[in-house]
Design a protein around this ligand. Structure first.
Ligand code: SF4
Ligand code: SF4
Length: 292
C-alpha cells in the first residue's frame, strides 16, 4: 500500500486538494476535465465508442471534444469563476495517451497554471513510453484501468490492441497490454506519482481474480483502488452487473491490499466542479449532449 512509498510532504499536502484521492477534498475542492482526447488504441469488450471512455466516465454520455488552445481559455474561465477547482484532468472521451492533443494541452496548462494539480487517466498501453513527458508537464496523479493481471483473463476482456501501427488480438494483445500497464505503474510509482487503479468488476469474467489484482498493485505501491461495476453493453451486454452489496463486499476483500476509493462519481470527460455537483453547463452554455 501507500506506506511503502515515501511521498514528500508537499505532495501529500497537494493531494489533500484532489477530490478523487481524498474523501475530505471531494466536498471542498473540484476538478475540471478537459475533453481533448477522442481516439482510443484498444477495444474493451464493454465499450461502445459512441460515448465517453467507460473506464472513467458515466455511460451514455458524449462530451464535445475541444482543442488544446480552447482548453487554455476554458481553464482560465473555470478558475476565475470556481476557485475551488484545483485539479485539471484529461480522461477522454477516448484514451488520453492515444492523442497528441493530450500532451499539447498538458504543456499549455502546466506552463500557464503551474500551481494546479495535473491528472490523467489511461488504459496504460502507452504509459511506459510517455511517462517522462507526463512528468515534465507536472502530472502527479495517474489513473490506470487494470482489469486483469493474468492474460488468460485479459484476453476475454479486450478484443484488440493497436500498438505502433500493428494490430494485436487474442492472447498476444492481452499480454502486450498487461506488460505495458504493469511497467507503466511501476515507472509512475518510481517517479512518486500517485497511482489510482480503476478496475471494472465483470461478473463471471474477472470477479474471482479482482483481489489478486488489488494485491498486485498494492504491493507495487499504487495509492488507491477504484472498483467500477460493469456497465453491460457491447460484447458484455448480457452480463448482470454486480449489486451495490456485491461491490462493497469485493471492496472489503481488496481493502487489506490497497486503500479503496469508495466515492467515485463516474464523471463525464468534460466534468467541471465538485464531485456530484457539476457546473459545466455554466461554462459550456447549454451545449451538453447526453445520450441515453
Ligand atoms: Fe472504450 Fe476506454 Fe476501453 Fe478505449 S480504453 S475501448 S475508450 S473503455
Ligand atoms: Fe474522480 Fe471518479 Fe470523477 Fe475520475 S470519474 S474525476 S476518479 S470521481
Amino acid at each position: 500500500g501507500d506506506q511503502d512509498v515515501p511521498y514528500d510532504p508537499e505532495q501529500l499536502r497537494k493531494i489533500q486538494e484532489h477530490p478523487c484521492y481524498s474523501e475530505n477534498a471531494c466536498h471542498t475542492f473540484g476538478r475540471c476535465h478537459l475533453p481533448v482526447a477522442p481516439d482510443c488504441n484498444i477495444q474493451c469488450n464493454y465499450c461502445v465508442r459512441d460515448f465517453d471512455c467507460v473506464n472513467e466516465s458515466r455511460p451514455g454520455v458524449t462530451s464535445k471534444v475541444i482543442r488544446p488552445e480552447e482548453s487554455l481559455e476554458l481553464v482560465q474561465k473555470v478558475i476565475d469563476e470556481f476557485p475551488f477547482v484545483k485539479v485539471i484532468g484529461i480522461a477522454g472521451p477516448g484514451e488520453p495517451l492515444a492523442n497528441e492533443e493530450t500532451f499539447e494541452t498538458l504543456k499549455l496548462i502546466h506552463e500557464a497554471f503551474p500551481h494546479l494539480i495535473m491528472c490523467i487517466s489511461t488504459n496504460g498501453l502507452m504509459l511506459p513510453e510517455r511517462i517522462d513527458e507526463l512528468q515534465q508537464y507536472g502530472v502527479g496523479n495517474v489513473t490506470v484501468t487494470l482489469n486483469a493481471v493474468d492474460p488468460a483473463i485479459g484476453e476475454k476482456i479486450y478484443s484488440f490492441v493497436n500498438y505502433h501501427g500493428k494490430h494485436y488480438t487474442g492472447r498476444e494483445a492481452a499480454e502486450l497490454l498487461l506488460k505495458n500497464q504493469l511497467e507503466g505503474i511501476r515507472m509512475a510509482v518510481e517517479r512518486k506519482m500517485f497511482v489510482k487503479v480503476n478496475c471494472v468488476y465483470i461478473p463471471g469474467v474477472n470477479d474471482e481474480h479482482i483481489p489478486e489484482i488489488a494485491r498486485t498493485v498494492g504491493e507495487m505501491g499504487a495509492y488507491s483502488f477504484n472498483l467500477i461495476p460493469l456497465i453491460p453493453q457491447y460484447k458484455f451486454r448480457d452480463i448482470t452487473p454486480p449489486t451495490p452489496a456485491e461491490k462493497r463486499e469485493m471492496q472489503d476483500r481488496c481493502a487489506p491490499y490497497i486503500k479503496q476509493m469508495r466515492h467515485c462519481a463516474r464523471c463525464r470527460s468534460d466534468a467541471i466542479g465538485r464531485l456530484g455537483h457539476d457546473v459545466q453547463s455554466r461554462i459550456y452554455g447549454t451545449e451538453i449532449v447526453t445520450k441515453k
